[in-house]
Design a protein around this ligand. Sequence first.
Ligand SMILES: *Cc1c(COP(=O)(O)O)cnc(C)c1O
Length: 334
Amino acid sequence: MSVIDLRSDTVTQPTAGMLNAMAKAATGDDVYGEDPTVNRLEAELADRLGFAAALFVPTGTMSNLLGLMAHCERGDEYIVGQQAHTYKYEGGGAAVLGSIQPQPIEVQADGSLDLAHVAAAIKPDDFHFARTRLLALENSMQGKVLPLEYLARARAFTREHGLALHLDGARLYNAAVKLGVDAREITQHFDSVSVCLSKGLGAPIGSVLCGSTELIAKARRLRKMVGGGMRQAGLLAAAGLYALENNVERLADDHTNAQHLADGLKAAGYEVEPVQTNMVYVQMGEKADAIKAFAAERGIKLSAAGRLRMVTHMDVSRAQIEQVVATFADFSRN
Ligand SMILES: *Cc1c(COP(=O)(O)O)cnc(C)c1O
């Protein structure tokens, strides 16, 4: 029985084509700046997203951390969503390792931060307060895509208030594919962007931080400090280059599959949130553990949560989505 894993889009296995690209990768010592494949990936992504420079790192957590630390000094503050990954799901790294004070703001229903709330949280220039330096947004945010018009407003707002603007774009390409625009239409509004290659793009490992030459030089120094200087990392960068070349447009299939899953679950009587990209949220309430166990017996891996998140990705086919819908329908009849 082949397992259908809907816990995350991080679970994908490298394909034969990707493994082949990895095996053929030219490598060198990247701490010396001598890995040609890492250099190519960094140049390629910087170019694609409209930045002067980029830095390859093992994880999105490190990429965001280096971005925040490159923008902010000890005792500075960044404004961030209460439910944002950088704030809630990264071990408090900005505070622990960067001595950067987070100022969380409740996230709006559409995944954005209300700029009036952000304005109210900016501290005056007074030695009682941490120095507010940066606004961090996330896109897609729990599967929701921030409108381009909002990003333009956030850019104007941060300029007006002298703040830098960082994007946690772990799923930047899901957002771009959903909007049907070049990813630059999104990234043009930001001073720095972190992109994950290991989510829907299907690479086994790796994220990239993009920014100005100065920002990335600072991030490179910090990367060594936190232990992220890798050696023949071209093996991994080759997977990332392959992913950018082959796995961006196909994200649209994951989005259609997510919509199909949501429609099927709704038809089976479940309460499902509107779907935009590759995430489906369904209210399971008290039945969270029961559906997880029921599905596991039928080869389907789910998280256990009252608000259950299911994520589609390249290792889940349309036929398997049908199987999942049928399993949920069986469950509701029992
Ligand atoms: C996955 C993810 C990250 C980074 O996660 P890593 O597991 O450290 O690569 C950052 N932000 C968001 C929104 C994510 O989903």
